[in-house]
Design a protein around this ligand. Structure first.
Ligand SMILES: *Cc1c(COP(=O)(O)O)cnc(C)c1O
Length: 339
């Protein structure tokens, strides 16, 4: 049965390539009788707008347009890829963007902005950076404040949750699951596992739900970059429930196998151990592909460790979804080996 999608604007260059990581497979998987490692290049959805958030924004912005919104308000860390993609996509579609960002403990004035934050400013986003505590304790109030602010100006804002992960945003990765099925068909593979970094859960939710809707045989596993398994099982379940509510869908309880690996978070969100930087360098040096230290570097490092540990023994093909994040490399410059 064909999936009945809501409106979508076209922002991403799709389909993104599915590529075999031949050299990495030979070096890191074959010695352990591991699977072939494939990579779904969602870092190539666009150039500046690159990454997984763009797939979600295609549906979110269509919703904004159809509900008469002229402003997008969203939130995230100072180095949020989601906020950067939102700022650029809003600009392209003629919308204003307002970013509610989580700063450190000290107030920030935006001076010396780096990585994603620099692009936010270049893209013309309105940026409000809040101290950590105010952000964590008062995020709903901050959204309400800015939504009212725009309303008083005669404008209308759509509030987008963290990472664009909710029942609306997950359409992006339901659609990606369909796309991936076509990629696999073209390459004549039937991967047993799909692996991605999971941060706000929407990518994992969409891939898991999409895989279920098309009857795919693989297991989707999210490698956590911040919270634990229990948190992500709940978050993914919540996003899928939100999707069911919004679009009047029924799923039988327990039909989704939500799999999370939370053993590679390291010191915490946005903080990586030496091994992650080494994995990033390894992939750059063997395959010419750049991972990021916050999401994809951790997840890919985790995947390689699990392959070594035999978790994927007996599998033929595993697909790693490269969700983007390259701008996040630059603020971490001090951790990379340099001459
Ligand atoms: C946001 C993000 C993720 C995580 O995706 P979620 O849908 O938020 O779980 C992974 N990788 C990168 C580069 C991201 O920016």
């Amino acid at each position: 049965m064909a999936i009945d999608y809501p409106n979508r604007v076209s922002l991403a260059n799709l389909p993104t390539p599915l590529q075999l990581l031949g050299r990495i497979t030979e070096l890191y998987s074959q010695p352990y009788a591991g699977p072939r490692i494939w990579i779904k290049r969602d870092d190539l959805t666009e150039s500046a707008m690159s990454g997984n958030k763009l797939r979600k924004l295609e549906f979110i912005i269509a919703e904004a347009q159809s509900t008469g919104c002229d402003t997008l308000i969203t939130c995230g860390g100072e180095q949020s890829n989601h906020c950067r993609a939102t700022a650029l996509a809003a600009a392209k579609m003629g919308l204003q963007s307002h970013l509610i960002l989580r700063g450190g403990n000290k107030p920030s004035d935006g001076q010396g902005a780096d990585g994603n934050l620099l692009v936010d400013y270049v893209a013309g986003a309105n940026v409000s950076i809040y101290p950590l505590r105010q952000y964590v304790e008062g995020l709903p109030e901050l959204f309400a404040h800015w939504a009212q602010h725009y309303e008083a100006l005669g404008r209308r804002a759509l509030c987008i949750p963290t990472g664009g992960s909710d029942g609306l945003g997950i359409w992006g990765y339901i659609r990606a699951a369909e796309e991936l099925a076509e990629d696999c068909h073209r390459h004549k593979i039937e991967p047993e596992h799909i692996v991605c970094a999971t941060g706000s859960g929407g990518t994992q939710a969409g891939l898991t739900l999409g895989g279920h809707l098309i009857g795919a045989g693989y297991q989707v596993t999210g490698y956590a970059v911040c919270d634990d398994t229990e948190y992500f099982v709940q978050k993914v379940t919540g996003d899928v429930e939100d999707w069911c509510r919004r679009y009047d869908k029924k799923l039988s309880p327990g039909c989704l196998n939500i799999s999370v690996n939370d053993r590679y978070i390291g010191p915490g969100y946005g903080v990586a151990g030496k091994e992650v930087y080494e994995t990033i360098a390894t992939l750059a040096q063997t395959e010419g592909i750049l991972l990021d230290p916050v999401y994809t570097g951790k997840a890919f490092h985790g995947l390689l460790q699990e392959i070594k540990a035999g978790t994927y023994a007996g599998c033929k093909d595993v697909v790693f979804v490269h969700t983007g994040g390259q701008f996040g490399v630059f603020p971490h410059r001090a951790h990379f080996p340099q001459p």
